[in-house]
Design a protein around this ligand. Structure first.
Ligand code: ATR
Length: 290
């Protein structure tokens, strides 16, 4: 997997989660390190829930430069860190840790990565009406940054209670309007009719269930921005049908690459080679799809 030269003392970065086998982060980051010619290496570690504290202590002891944190550790990791970025603090979840000379600081680049992916397409969230499907960890990061940036939100979830808790918390800490509904056809149609942006933050449509979609095609329309955070398959059924309907489509791949790019920049202090990172992930995903 690692094709570049690794010296005797590279800076070590990595990702911890469970499961971790299918992560694209190592190939993406190692391609970026190689492109920039920096002496860094990125590894994936399967860490069980009960071993999380030890893993973070290991990061300190080994003087690792950075970690990405994924399911199921994004919330639990906070108790082991020294500092939190203000947004990660509000979201209550961390996906990136930076080791600054022994001081571990947590960030949420899922949220900022989502924002970058929107901006890259010239879309500013301020004043936009956004429908968000799902109320899990990813939805929470996205909802919070959109609320902070002045969007009004309708959060729909299969389990309504989770959407309600999320919307209540947002209304409490931001000046933004956030409401919640149970995810069903009628509510979805009503919520989408005045919406500017639809975000799918559920896992519906993800491989291997690639023929599923959270939104029927008749609810998609020109002018709507459809952001599907699923990136495996590269093009989901929702994305395909949104394209046919004339909507503007943003892929979860863009969010994934941007969250990685923003972590890369925090660890190395260098501008991330975003094109190289994107190409590498697409190449690996395509290999898996064929
Ligand atoms: P993530 O960290 O990726 O957000 P998660 O926290 O497990 O993952 O959240 C998954 C989201 O997808 C949840 O909102 C879940 O709905 P529930 O809260 O009702 O479980 C949603 N989801 C998963 N499968 C779904 C399905 N078949 N239909 C509708 N929503 C689904």
């Amino acid at each position: 997997m690692l094709s570049g030269f690794i010296s005797g003392s590279p800076r070590i970065c990595g990702i911890i989660g469970d499961p971790i086998e299918h992560t694209m982060s190592p190939v993406m980051h190692n391609a970026a390190f190689e492109d920039k010619g920096v002496d860094y290496v990125y590894l994936a570690f399967r860490v069980k829930k009960e071993e999380l504290g030890k893993a973070i202590e290991g990061m300190r002891a080994l003087n690792m430069k950075g970690l990405n944190i994924t399911i199921p550790h994004k919330v639990a990791v906070i108790q082991f860190l020294d500092e939190l970025d203000h947004l990660a603090d509000k979201i209550g979840a961390v996906n990136t840790v930076v080791n600054n000379d022994g001081v571990l600081k947590g960030y949420n680049t899922d949220a900022t990565g989502f924002l970058q992916a929107l901006r890259e397409r010239g879309i500013e969230p301020k004043g936009k009406s956004v429908v968000i499907l799902g109320a899990g960890g990813a939805s929470r990061a996205i909802s919070f940054i959109l609320a902070e940036r002045g969007s009004s939100l309708v959060i729909l979830n299969r389990t309504w209670d989770k959407a309600r808790i999320c919307a209540d918390r947002i209304s409490e800490i931001f000046q933004s309007e956030a409401t919640s509904l149970k995810l069903n056809r009628g509510n979805l149609a009503a919520a989408l009719s005045p919406a500017d942006i639809l975000v799918n933050a559920t896992s519906v449509g993800m491989s291997p269930d690639i023929n599923e979609t959270p939104v029927t095609s008749n609810l998609l329309k020109p002018g709507l921005v459809v952001f599907d955070i699923v990136y495996n398959p590269i093009k989901t059924r929702l994305q395909r049908e949104a394209e046919v309907a004339g909507a503007t489509v943003i892929s979860g791949l863009d969010m994934f690459v941007w969250q990685g790019a923003l972590a890369f920049e925090k660890w190395t202090g260098l501008k991330a080679p975003i094109g190289v990172m994107r190409e590498k992930v697409i190449k690996v995903l395509q290999r898996h799809e064929n």
